[in-house]
Design a protein around this ligand. Structure first.
Ligand SMILES: [Zn+2]
Length: 333
């Protein structure tokens, strides 16, 4: 496997090193230009490696803020191992606050493991997979709801098929320490970094930290605490016991509520609410036909409202809410 992405720093330099993953980009304003995606490596004493990207989706800000702070603040001598931070993995998307790349429209979270001869977004995925993933033992890929969705801040993962890796991944999910943890059953998304990392045998989890196009002191505290606890779980820092174990929520395809058409969605529930199958999720208004009653949209299954769509205006197929179903840990092992 080869591609144009290269690192301009060594991964084994002592202490803290700020550098970049560089990719060529020739365009109108720069014939032999480059994109330089920041990479920060913090080496302590010998130990395992944690790879922590954020900004895979450019409009998901919690991870970008928390990892940027950590990159400057963490004391190398406090680490038993190595921390590699990529605070804005899809830099072109992050610099304009968009989910996807303004250059090629690419969704980096659907592009892994990537392609060195592909689009710029595919080349970024290839660079991360080829240059950073092989040295990692643990992966924490920080996501959030972005501009279009809002989540109850939670840890988030799919589970790999291998029984040993599956058990360890579940431990990592709980160790993140968020009040809730979503476990995706029958994942619909292909090409995520967590899927690629788990496929390479790494303990890899993600998160859904909030969103709504902003950050809050609470969502940032869940993110900061989660990263700190994940480093402890991986053995880079001392143990951090949990006050309260996470509520595990299974997330299946029938938990997603989609808009049946174009209109204004009037929600009937709030984040964190417990609902039954058949309960009203909301009503869809056709603003051109005020004479018509709005269409009632119902939940297909019981569960807890984990996520809601932020913009009121919706198109056919938009997810307006999704649930998670509280489940015992034994249901996943
Ligand atoms: Zn995301």
């Amino acid at each position: 496997m080869s591609g144009p992405a290269m690192l301009d720093i060594p991964l084994d330099g002592p202490g803290r090193t700020f550098g970049a993953m560089r990719l060529p980009r020739s365009h109108d304003e720069s014939a032999h230009g480059q994109i330089a995606i920041p990479v920060v490596v913090v080496n302590g004493s010998p130990g395992p490696t944690v790879l922590a990207p954020a900004g895979v989706h450019g409009d998901e800000y919690e991870g970008q803020v928390v990892l940027s702070n950590l990159a400057r603040d963490i004391e190398p001598s406090s680490l038993r191992g190595r921390l590699i931070i990529v605070p804005a993995a899809n830099l072109p998307a992050a610099t304009v606050g968009r989910r996807t790349s303004p250059i090629d429209g690419g969704n980096l979270a659907r592009a892994f493991p990537g392609c060195g001869e592909g689009t710029l977004t595919e080349q970024i995925a290839d660079g991360i997979t080829r240059l950073l993933l092989p040295v990692a033992d643990y992966v924490l890929d920080l996501h959030s709801g972005g501009r279009r969705l809002e989540y109850m801040p939670c840890a988030w993962t799919r589970l790999p098929a291998d029984a040993g890796l599956r058990a360890r991944t579940l431990e990592a999910l709980i160790a993140f320490g968020a009040p809730d943890a979503g476990v995706v059953i029958k994942p619909q998304a292909i090409g995520t970094f967590v899927a690629a990392a788990q496929g390479a045998g790494k303990v890899a989890i993600s998160s859904e930290l909030g969103g709504g196009g902003t950050v809050t002191p609470y969502s940032l505290s869940v993110a900061r605490d989660g990263v700190t606890r994940f480093l402890a779980f991986a053995g880079l820092t001392g143990p951090k016991p949990l006050a309260k174990p996470a509520r595990l929520l299974a997330v299946e395809p029938h938990h997603f509520v989609r808009s049946p058409g174009r209109g204004l969605f009037e929600p009937a529930t709030s984040l964190g609410e417990i609902v039954s199958a058949g309960d009203i999720a909301g009503r869809l208004h056709d603003i051109e036909r005020p004479d018509r009653a709005p269409e009632t949209i119902r939940f297909e299954a019981p569960g807890i409202v984990m996520c809601r769509r932020v913009p009121t205006r919706t198109e056919t197929g938009d997810v307006v809410a999704h649930l998670g179903h509280p489940s015992a840990r034994e249901a996943f092992v």
